[in-house]
Design a protein around this ligand. Sequence first.
Ligand code: BGC
Length: 359
Amino acid sequence: MTLKKILCLILSILTLFSISACGNENNEELSKDIIGIALPTHSLQRWSQDGSNMKEQFEQKGYTVDLEYANDDTETQIQQLQNMIIRGCKVIIIGSIDGTKITDVIKEASNAGIKIISYDRLIRDSENIDFYATFDNYMVGTLQGQYLIDKLELDNGKGPFNLEIFAGSPDDNNATFFYNGAMDKLRPYIDSGVLKVKSGQIEFTNVTTQSWDTDIAASRMDKIVGLYGANEKIDAILSSNDSCAMGVIQSLTKAGYGSAEKPFPLLTGQDCDKLNVSEILKGHQSMSIFKDTRILAEKVVEMTESILKGEDVEVNDTETYDNGKKIIPSYLCEPTYADKSNYKEILIDSGYYTENDIK
Ligand code: BGC
């Protein structure tokens, strides 16, 4: 073999090495998996925060994120999920709108080898849900119910008081958990007559608020307010979340609540939306359940990485969330509440909001 041939051979070997090394680099680029995040709506602060928290945390770890909001429309969400399947997402995280209507598209995703994490709301009637990550929804309700019991001092023999009840959207699996948690606390006092529900609207089907809509809550409150005489007042309102509480506040303000003779009733909420926290500071709303979406996002990012690495996914509940087809292994984060007395510690000192955000 001539020297020229030997040099040529060495050169080709080196070229091959560099191509394969370069190829590895490209593969690494390409192997940054795409994560789909499908959320119900951008118009409620909580969901836009959920989305941006997850996107930021995934992107920091080098993933590509396809984040979509469906304007509370199930057909739009189905289309977005179909696009995520076509785009080759490896894991799809879904905050569903109607938890019973996306079974087919989830089956398609699962057939394509995509793993599904049900986010915050449980997706029902599908065996293709791999994991569920949420806050302890039943506990959200018990905290709200107990708050009313404590503030009304029912266990010190105070009462009777007038209570009205606003639950969430009937197509959201969470709504029943919130309602049941709160009612398991409140029902004994209703049964004993210490809490009176003048509207007679107590059972879940009579107190739901379609799509958690503020205007729907406001117009139901308008009707209920009309049932109370000039010398009667509502003392407490169980509202499952902040968007419903906002409707209640609008209606009560219109009806003249907020004076010394007719102060705002105790009113619960959930999400600590900025607008509602400022209503708490004004004394129009009493409390709101705080679900630190940074923690839930962190958990979901962790779960996703374990799935992608083929490792065990950490869950802390394998009993509670039966979606009608199977029990979904779940990770439940713990909610707490913020009110006037502790909002600084819970919301400001934790870095969740600045004082300016809620003024
Ligand atoms: C969520 C709540 C939210 C509600 C309305 C529920 O599924 O858990 O945090 O307030 O939806 O968006």
